[in-house]
Design a protein around this ligand. Sequence first.
Ligand code: HEM
Ligand code: HEM
Length: 132
Amino acid sequence: MPQISQLFFKTAVICLIVGLAMGLQMGISGNHIVIGAHAHLNLLGWVTCAIFGGYYALNPSKAGKKLAMVQYFVYTLGLIVMLPALYFMELGNRQLEPLVGIGSIIVLVGVLLFAVIIFSRAIAVVPEAGRA
Ligand code: HEM
Ligand code: HEM
């Protein structure tokens, strides 16, 4: 599996662990106030990162592009800015709202870069010696 897929799956599973912990914490406490952080950590973090990782694993010619690594770092930065800010905003820190907005825009830029990669031409991949 290409390095970028490994990175996306590592990021995805960290989001899943934290997202599930948040879900359990909501379920056990009966206080569902952090529903947005839980939903988006699981959907933007676990699900979307796993789809990115799967796409690159199925398209090794795209995984080798420098832009793919830029896309990983931009998207992950967006998650790191957006999700903790959303969590603490939902807990009552309304002043964090602009940070959630900034993080969301960075996430969107990461998705737009992914669109550029999807529509870009594939680069030739040289097969390893001894493999068909
Ligand atoms: C241990 C596993 C999980 C637990 C205990 C859990 C728990 C919860 C709880 C308590 C809520 C609030 C429900 C409400 O107030 O209506 C919720 C909402 C939600 N969860 Fe989870 N969750 C888990 C896993 C997941 C996973 C894996 C995903 C996505 C891949 C997910 C996606 C969502 C979404 C999208 C919502 C919002 C639903 C809505 O808007 O009505 N959850 N979850
Ligand atoms: C930067 C990207 C995103 C932004 C800024 C965003 C923003 C929002 C907002 C403002 C809400 C309403 C929350 C509320 O009523 O309190 C929401 C709800 C929701 N979004 Fe997103 N969203 C994004 C991406 C996504 C993606 C990619 C998915 C699914 C793959 C998703 C699934 C949901 C779901 C299931 C809900 C209802 C759960 C809840 O009440 O929090 N969102 N989102």
